[in-house]
Design a protein around this ligand. Structure first.
Ligand code: MN
Length: 324
């Protein structure tokens, strides 16, 4: 139930140089931006290079779910403000049906993005329902949520992702909040013929449905036809990465190769470029503002200090994680 009928052709994301980046390219600070941008050659483009590409790690999680973890691993523990990225994709019901029975979270946000199948969720706030294919759930655990996440038991293909996003210290104990976004509320745009689902962030003058998130996230699901190129402008210092869902892609001006099941992490810059290599590719593109704060994490809790982590465990044991 994607919004094919309202798919809009949008202008290619503007890749024109802004004065700040132009001056930075000349070694000037943007705060000294008295000089007009026109003095800079338009050929100078601040394109993000790929810092590295890593394979996702097969991981057993929850009550026995086989998934691929590309972030939150020994090789790549975190990418401030992102803490974890898991992909579950299988047509073998035994790979995922045991799901994620009742468990707590505190201090960060979990983002579930469904491509196929559905996730049944229930929680301590009395909410529940099915996250259907094409939907997104942005859950701000704040001071505490206890919930269960159970994939469809019907044997159909289950394909979903979960991203963990950190909260700034000042919001770690905030009131829990859900943004459940039904499939038809996610704009499906067309960028030079490539269908792009805009879950969070801005693209071609459109804004994704997820709002009020501290790290100003971008979350795009790109389907690039063979040989298609996608360019997107992001705040220069935002952390950004691409996770390859299907196919092969070439990223940045050096055309660094990445394939399905790999994460490609971009360095700083203004313009992000990627193209499908050979056949079509599907790519999850993620970006957000760095928090630059201490991280103390263990299991389902992500705080700033060890003492806060111990408090979270104690509150959970005492049954006051949610109410305390
Ligand atoms: Mn959870």
């Amino acid at each position: 139930m994607t919004r094919f009928s309202s798919r809009r052709e949008v202008l290619r994301s503007s890749a024109q140089l802004l004065p700040g980046a132009a001056l930075a390219a000349l070694g000037c600070r943007s705060t000294e931006s008295a000089a007009p941008a026109a003095v800079v050659s338009k050929r100078v483009r601040d394109v993000r290079a790929v810092s590295f590409v890593l394979d996702a790690t097969p991981t057993l999680e929850g009550a026995g779910v086989s998934l691929r973890r590309s972030l939150g691993t020994r090789a790549l523990s975190a990418l401030d403000p992102f803490l974890l990225l898991d992909e579950i994709h299988s047509d073998r019901v035994e790979d995922y049906v045991k799901g994620f029975p009742t468990h707590p979270h505190r201090g960060f946000e979990t983002v579930t993005y469904m491509i196929s199948g559905y996730m049944e969720h229930r929680d301590s706030l009395g909410q529940g329902g099915q996250l259907l294919a094409g939907s997104a759930q942005w859950m701000t655990a704040g001071r505490g949520i206890v919930h269960s996440e159970m994939p469809n038991p019907d044997g159909n293909v289950f394909w979903g992702l979960q991203l963990w996003v950190n909260l700034p210290a000042a919001q770690k104990l905030s009131k829990p909040r859900y943004q459940n976004v039904a499939p038809d509320r996610i704009p499906e745009l067309s960028v030079q013929g490539a269908p792009v689902r805009l879950v969070a962030g801005t693209l071609g003058g459109e804004r994704g449905p997820v709002d009020g998130i501290s790290v100003e996230p971008t979350l795009l699901d790109l389907r690039l036809p063979a040989g298609a190129t996608f360019e997107h402008e992001l705040p220069q210092e935002h952390t950004s990465f691409a996770y390859l869902l299907e196919g092969h892609a070439e990223l940045g001006e050096a055309r660094t190769a990445a394939r399905a099941g790999q994460i490609a992490v971009f360095g700083p810059g203004q313009v992000l470029t990627l193209r499908s290599a050979g056949a079509a590719a599907r790519v999850l593109l993620v970006a957000g503002r760095k928090l630059g704060e201490r991280v103390a994490r263990r299991g389902p809790f992500v705080m700033n200090t060890q003492a806060e982590l111990e408090q979270a465990y104690e509150d959970f044991r005492n049954g006051v994680l949610v109410s305390g």
